[in-house]
Ligand binder design. Sequence first.
Ligand code: DAT
Ligand code: MG
Length: 138
Amino acid sequence: MGNRTFTMIKPDAVANGHIGAILEKINGAGFRIVALKMTRLSTEKAGEFYAVHKERPFYGELVEFMSSGHIVAAILEKDNAVEDFRKLIGATNPANADAGTIRKLFAESLGRNAIHGSDSDENAAIEGSFFFSGLEQF
Ligand code: DAT
Ligand code: MG
């Protein structure tokens, strides 16, 4: 058993029909899907999820975008999950993302960048529990 990270396929990638291709990339890179759900964030919940960014100039745009359509939330397991998943998704701005990364392949722009990946083990646990009950993470 490896350790865990949390991901969300964002509203742009869901609306553009990329859920299947992104899940295939995730499985192909050796991540096991522990928990998975399609849902939608209210503006309140999106604001809470991204509260760490609330003083940033892009916060309003981010919250509006993240609550604009359905998302797919998942908990993933692999050795070195957090770091390896950040490599798989690529740079925040898809213009700077390496070839073959999920953001290079599927993101529309810096603000609409297809996918989220936790940035630490601690945040992976917090973010996973934002969407999934204890039993659902088993
Ligand atoms: P990441 O998602 O790579 O961890 P982040 O935590 O710095 O990036 O920012 C969260 C999200 O906010 C990011 O995925 C897209 C959006 N964002 C970041 N910087 C932005 C900017 N300068 N303008 C617009 N949106 C931005
Ligand atoms: Mg981040």
